[in-house]
Ligand binder design. Structure first.
Ligand SMILES: NC(=O)c1ccc[n+]([C@@H]2O[C@H](COP(=O)([O-])OP(=O)(O)OC[C@H]3O[C@@H](n4cnc5c(N)ncnc54)[C@H](OP(=O)(O)O)[C@@H]3O)[C@@H](O)[C@H]2O)c1
Length: 316
């Protein structure tokens, strides 16, 4: 079942947070035949161009890490685009992969596919057992359709396709927009700027009480390669660390790493989202994989990367 080091692997979204880390990890693990295209070079919402690309390249393996991704604010403001673009990207890619008989594919979903009030920690089989969190339901429905397409392609065409559901990711290459990015990089950016500008206070959105789990993106990349080599099942599989922190605790950890000594306060007019999101990672742990990077270490590495790349970090 192991992927040969010569296999041609197409990483869709290879410049993104997840795709970039997966590319680096594949490269450092000796996979020599990697291909990637930016969204400018190949817009995966363009069905004809996607089919043409797959027919020309005929990859052995596809990792689908391409998506329109954003934090609570972006998801809440642009649900139509989050639904439509993600459905188009994944459907075009998987339809082309079926037409040109790509045997292995890994589809990356997200923990937001699970019901808002799923029992914690969230097991894979809680999928479709309750209503979704409304602030990201459009995105979640697109991702659930992706899982179904993986399962249907296995059933109908016998493909060895799999899907994995990572928890919140962070690390080098993240989007650091102070409002439109995810909570960890957004907080890092805002706390860093407060320190630089000697601001007395940083306002944290919401009550600070929701609990979230954060996976360092290099660990996600390691898990993806592990799963491509060791997992072959229609059932989706969670990828996380198995522990969570409150947003207030997270802000404090970031402030410690950044060296910010001002006040961290709450803006209760901003939505909290799901009260807790912690994945049950016993399925992937039982296969022999677990996350290695602690949250302190990961935040430290991410902040160093941010400082070294501040002029060029993604910021949209
Ligand atoms: N970030 C998280 O916390 C998180 C958590 C769980 C799951 N995930 C999943 O991981 C996957 C990747 O997320 P990410 O955080 O790495 O996102 P990201 O950093 O925003 O990267 C997304 C990538 O998708 C590409 N892309 C977007 N639209 C495209 C299009 N129309 N055509 C071709 N490529 C397109 C972008 O390419 P260009 O750079 O060339 O424009 C970008 O490289 C997603 O499926 C997401 O659901 C992410």
């Amino acid at each position: 079942m192991n992927i040969s080091k010569e296999a041609k692997i197409y990483i869709a979204g290879h410049r993104g947070l997840a795709g970039g880390a997966i590319w680096r990890k594949l490269e450092s693990s000796g996979y020599q035949n990697l291909i990637g295209r930016t969204s400018k070079e190949l817009d995966l919402t363009d069905r004809d161009r996607t089919f043409q690309f797959i027919s020309e390249e005929l990859p052995d393996v596809i990792v689908d890490a391409a998506a329109r991704v954003g934090g609570i604010q972006a998801n809440n403001s642009f649900p139509a685009e989050f639904l439509s673009e993600n459905l188009q990207i994944q459907t075009n890619l998987m339809d082309a992969a079926n037409k040109y008989e790509v045997d292995k594919l890994l589809f990356l979903g997200s923990s937001c596919i699970y019901p808002k009030f799923a029992m914690q920690p969230i097991k894979e089989d809680s999928l479709l057992t309750g209503a979704l969190e409304p602030t990201n339901d459009a995105y979640a429905i697109a991702k659930i359709a992706g899982i179904m397409q993986v399962q249907a392609s296995r059933r109908q065409y016998g493909r060895h396709w799999i899907s994995a559901m990572p928890t919140n990711l962070y690390g080098p290459g993240d989007n650091f927009h102070p409002e439109h990015s995810h909570v960890l990089p957004a907080l890092m950016r805002r706390i860093h700027e407060a320190k630089i500008n000697n601001l007395p206070e940083v306002v944290i959105w919401g009550s600070g009480t929701p609990r979230r789990e954060f996976l360092y993106v290099d660990d996600l990349a390691d898990a993806c390669i592990f799963l491509l080599n060791h997992y072959d099942s229609p059932d989706t599989i969670n990828v996380g660390v198995g522990s969570d922190v409150s947003i207030s605790e997270l802000a404090k950890l970031i402030a410690d790493v950044v060296g910010y000594e001002g006040l961290l306060s709450q803006d209760l007019s901003k939505p909290d989202g799901t009260p807790q999101k912690l994945l049950d990672v016993s399925r992937i742990n039982s296969l022999g994989w677990e996350a290695r990077t602690s949250l302190d270490d990961g935040i430290d590495k991410t902040y160093r990367w941010f400082l070294e790349n501040e002029a060029n970090v993604r910021n949209k």
